[in-house]
Design a protein around this ligand. Sequence first.
Ligand code: GLN
Length: 486
Amino acid sequence: MSHYHKTITELGADLQAGKVSSVELTQAYLDRLEKFKDLNAFITVDSVFALDQAKTADAQIKKGKNSALTGCPIAHKDIFCTDGLLTTCGSHMLANFVAPYDATVIKKFKDAGSVTLGKTNMDEFAMGSSNETSYYGVVKNPWDQDKVPGGSSGGSAVAVAARLAPAATGTDTGGSIRQPAALTGITGIKPSYGRVSRYGMIAFASSLDQGGIMTQTAEDAALLLGEMAGFDERDSTSVDQAVPDYVATLNDSLKGLKIGLPEEYFGEGLDDEVASVIEVALAEYKKLGAETVPISLPNSNLAVPCYYVLAPAEASSNLSRFDGVRYGHRAKEYTNLDDMYEKTRAEGFGAEVKRRIMIGAYALSAGYYDAYYLKAQQLRRLIANDFTEAFKKCDVIMGPVTPTTAFRMGDKTDDPVAMYLNDIYTIPVNLAGLPGMSIPAGFDKAGMPVGLHCIGQYFDEARILNVAHQYQQVTDWHQKIPPGFE
Ligand code: GLN
């Protein structure tokens, strides 16, 4: 078995047993991602930087001063600030930006001794569902290279799916971990809002953004989430709650588990092949001792319009900092300060980002605020209440992650609404602030992966990880590797 077939849990064990050094492992991954660089999964790879960290890790292991992650290579979405490495957020605006500090997530992984393999490609400022808005170009889906990998964490998803990295960080504002995980056949978890610090994670929509992890298995997700989660005094919205040992409860029995099936998630718009894969997966859960209960999330159909008022509103405010004065891109020629702002922003941002800034500024403007922003906030409460009601009847909620499997590049670029509808099942979870996972559950007839969505109660990541892990003990969808990448 090659290194790249192994999970973080297995690689960690090999490192500690001295079967491989971190330098060897890191070099093997660097060679592999160079070999498959046409997938365009990475924006920045700095082998000197990575191997330096690997050397330090090897020294730590020799001294016995190691954690389970010491020496394990991990890729990071290019939205997390990394001291000494470019952080572009997929944008021309930040194409020259080297952060002077590490995001909390990066710092935690560094402190645990892991190696930063590189920074992964993403939709510009995490706005997108296909990775087609990246200034650095689209990422190819290894299952069919004419198809998109999903977004915005498309580079991270492809890095893990093609085994270019054993794990990668991601962020999920409306589905950006779960949707690309589903479209590339990997495991992805978006924790509850507040579970993982947003410090140093470039802001898109602050009340929705949440960092998480993309892996081969739920077991790795449990290990890595445990490492990245926790209260951070530098993020006032991070929650001061102890982080449980997620690995410890992975083997809990699912006997008597109540799985809620929202009728709204199985209606019109859901592709038949995706629906049948989900059905088979649910039958597997019944064999594991779970039962299903019908539930309703009546305001689900309003989630996308609600999100596309709130997220752009927050984005228009967050992105006002990119003005050419402090850092990032600055137009070369201008006549006065206003002209400099205008040219800088016109050149620095791509079309989708500009669209969101305009929608957001409009929704927040005097005279429209009550009609759009305030209404959307009220709706957000109703959507969250739907989940609270539903969880009175069940322990977890399941359904599809996406209405269809991966689509062709270019298919939806001219139709923003069609693109936005990709996140119809994921967005409500962000609006409510709940944890959600995508679990590999099978393939459609064209051989494209399908993800099973598992939504948990607030701060009950342990439960959904346990539910995913038990399924992965009796199925092998998560072990499938795209043809040509075995
Ligand atoms: N696709 C959604 C959007 O474009 C969600 C993106 C995300 O979760 N970052 O806003």
